[in-house]
Each structure stands twice: as C-alpha cells, then as structure tokens.
Design a protein around this ligand. Structure first.
Ligand code: C2E
Ligand code: MG
Ligand code: MG
Ligand code: MG
Length: 283
C-alpha cells in the first residue's frame, strides 16, 4: 500500500502513517536486536541493458526478516533507523553482506558484476566513512569498481561532502545519484560533482504516456546525461509503453519490474547462470 502512495510516505507495523512514540521506541529496540541476531538480508534487483538483454548490474536492497512479522520492506524501518542513528551499523552490515556475496560469486566463477549499494545521509556523514568502506572491500579482495555507491542529491550538495565523494571515486568506486530530480538539485552541482551516473526516479517513469511534463523532464535528463558524459538508468519501469518510450529516446539501461523484481541471491545466481550459458553458447 505505502509504495503505491509514493515513496516518501511510510506505513509502520500497525498500518498507520506515523508511528507514535511508543511504537517508534519498540521498532528501535527491535532494530537493535535485529542487528545482533542478524535478521537483515539483501534482495538484488537486476539492471538490464535492453538492446543486448544482458544483466549489467544489480542493486542491493535491504529486507528485514522479522521473526514474528516476516519480511519487512525498507520503507517501514529505514526512516526510524535514520532517526536513531542505527542506519550507520545497519548500512555497514549491508555493505559487508554485499561484498561477501560478490566474493562468493566470483569464487564460484561468475564474471564480475557491479552491485549498487544505497548510502543513507547519516552514513554519508560519518567522518571515517571512506576508510570503513575501503576496509570492507579490501577484506573481501574486491575491486572497488565492482561497487557502485548510490547517494541522493541532498547528500551530495553539502560542500564538505564533495571531498568525500571525490575520495571514494579516486579509490575506484562508481557513484550514482539515486531518485534524480526529486530533491533539491541544481545543475551547477551536476557540473562539479564527481559522479558517474544518474538514476531517473520512478515518479517520472510513472508519467510516461500519461503526463507530457514527465516525458519532457525525462528527455531533458537524457540530454544532460549524454552531454555531460554520465551514464543514465531508468528506475521503476513497469509497462511496455514506458519501455518503448525509453528505447525510442536512447535510454538503454533499465531497472524495473518489467524485467525483474528484487530477489534473493539464489535466484539471481540462476539468472546469471543462464546468462553465462548463453554467452558460452555463442562463443
Ligand atoms: P531506491 O534506492 O530508489 O530503490 C528502488 C526501489 O524501487 C526498491 O524498493 C525497488 O524494489 C523499487 N522498484 C524497482 N523497480 C520497480 C518497479 O518497476 N515498480 C515498483 N513499484 N517499484 C520498483 P525497496 O526495495 O522497497 O526500497 C525502497 C527504498 O529503501 C530504496 O529506494 C532506498 O531508498 C531504501 N533502501 C533500500 N535498501 C537500502 C539500504 O541498504 N540502505 C539504505 N540506506 N536505504 C535502502
Ligand atoms: Mg537506490
Ligand atoms: Mg533511494
Ligand atoms: Mg531510486
């Protein structure tokens, strides 16, 4: 339900939009326990290059496997994790799980695939963020180029954060701007930020063939990305009308239910197996 009503509105355990103080406290405590008991897991959503049909990347999306309530989506707990600061250890855990998975896939013989990880504002504000990220990646003998860090516009705009971004990029990480166009953005920042990619937010994709303003904005984003030499991916593509509009306008990277929903690592493995079988078959 909450998803249908827009991503900035959240519903909590009891179905209300705003949890009361008691419920917030309860969620906070169970989040702390969840970290200790390792109740978080990652689903991966494939990113597809449409002309070739190849999976070219994955986005890591956290889920909470609550012992009583089952699988809980991030919209129900990330805001509270942010407010309480618990997002910092949770985010670090996400990165650890993603790097361990990437290492396991590599050891199993899969060709390297880039995995995108969402960073939260709180996490991005940590003083020692770059060292921590570097450490986790090194512990798993990964190439930083196989990890993409997703930030949002607001996070990138503070001047002191641009040094952090530059440092991460110098280490070899890819940087993308998530939910592009939904926050306070300025084109001047796009000019000076060290980023590789922008992700067109689902709210614009939603408007394709329904609202010409959304279409106009998407076209403008595609043009800017092209001229600034940035990669661009459309997020939340669900219908064939949306897909053909994007294809007609040279947007070739697609992440959306029309191809794949986020799914557990085992399912992704099957997809990657199929893909490498096809590649070998062609060779
Ligand atoms: P996001 O980073 O913009 O991730 C994309 C969201 O759109 C995901 O929701 C994904 O399942 C959903 N989505 C993708 N394609 C489609 C589609 O075709 N149709 C529809 N209706 N939805 C689609 P999810 O997994 O519920 O995550 C929601 C948000 O929670 C994420 O938005 C991100 O902001 C946050 N989040 C998820 N994992 C993490 C994490 O590890 N750390 C942090 N800090 N935030 C996270
Ligand atoms: Mg994201
Ligand atoms: Mg996001
Ligand atoms: Mg997004």
């Amino acid at each position: 339900r909450a998803k249908e009503e827009g991503k900035n509105q959240y519903r909590f355990f009891d179905g209300t939009m705003f949890p009361d103080a008691k419920e917030t406290m309860e969620i906070k405590n169970s989040l702390r326990r969840a970290l200790e008991r390792d109740e978080f897991l990652i689903h991966y959503q494939p990113q597809v290059d449409v002309p070739s049909g190849r999976i070219i990347g994955l986005e890591a999306l956290i889920r909470w496997n609550h012992p009583m309530r089952g699988l809980i989506p991030p919209s129900s707990f990330i805001p509270i994790a942010e407010d309480s600061g618990l997002i910092v250890p949770i985010g670090e855990r996400v990165l650890q799980m993603v790097c361990a998975q990437s290492k396991a896939w590599r050891q199993a013989g899969f060709p390297p695939i880039r995995i995108a990880v969402n960073l939260s504002a709180r996490q991005f504000g940590q003083k020692d963020l770059t060292e921590r990220i570097k450490q986790i990646v090194e512990d798993n003998q990964l190439d930083p180029g196989d990890i993409e860090l997703e930030i949002t516009e607001n996070m990138a705009m503070k001047d002191d954060k641009q040094a952090t971004l530059q440092e991460l990029r110098d280490m070899g990480f890819k940087i993308s701007i998530d939910d592009f166009g939904t926050q306070y953005s300025s084109l001047a920042y796009l000019k000076k930020l060290p980023v590789d990619k922008i992700k067109i937010d689902r709210s614009f994709i939603n408007g394709i063939s329904r609202d010409h303003k959304d279409e106009a904005i998407i076209l403008a984003m595609l043009l800017i990305a092209d001229r600034l030499n940035l990669s661009i991916i459309a997020e939340g593509v669900e219908t064939s009308e949306q897909l053909s509009f994007l294809q007609d306008n040279q947007c070739h990277e697609i992440q959306g239910f029309i191809f794949h929903k986020p799914q557990p690592a085992e399912m992704i493995e099957q997809l990657l197996h199929k893909q490498s079988a096809i590649v070998k078959g062609q060779a």
